[in-house]
Design a protein. Sequence first.
Length: 256
Amino acid sequence: MLGKILERVASYQPLYNTRLNIPRASVLVPLLSPQHPLVKTSELSPSTSSSCPHVLLTVRSSLLNSHAGEVSFPGGKLILFILLFQTKQFNWILIIYISNLGKREKDDTNDLEAALRETEEEIGIPRSKLNVYGALDQAISKNLTLVTPFVALVHDSFNEFVMNESEVAEIFTVPLDFFLKAEHHSNQDILWNQVPHRLHNFTYNKHVIWGLTAAILIQLAKQAFNQSPEFDDTYGVSPSDLAKNFDGQIRFPQKM
């Protein structure tokens, strides 16, 4: 099963919006084999297959200024800085994108580098213990950040997380096919900037997985297993639809 899933992830061609100049972020969606030593048998849901890979998720620290206590992926924003400097004849403006540790240009390779760097910083998985297989469609978050998700497999030889407690409060895993099942799913239909949107919510043990994180996991599960979920995910405009169609204003085009 895992080999077929990784093959589908690797063959997927994600859609990118190249017209946007809004804040950017990149996240890593780490997968673990069902035999991985950090996947505990007690975490296997009765409604899922024991041969199903798990996805690794984090709970954000209560010390953070934004999204504290929420379930998320490792990753972070690429922060825009505008530098002004002057010569004898010209005034120059230099625009660069950086993450916490170094310069970032506006290209896919450096989006991935930022996700890998933040993953190691937040939960201690070095890039040498990861195989990156592909990316998912970009999505726009509720605070108008363009998010690029990358999918990677954690090596079975990696056996100890190192949490940065200033950023991460907890690490847990969930079977990937959990995000196709209706049993623990609910949703709320809202209007966001006059556009219909469906918020998906999953409850896994004590954790609530919702919003953009849930939307990314639904997309990955649909792609990985080549099947539709047991619930309706076609209502309104998804975060990926927003990224593909967003015209740079606070308004959004209606879904065609």
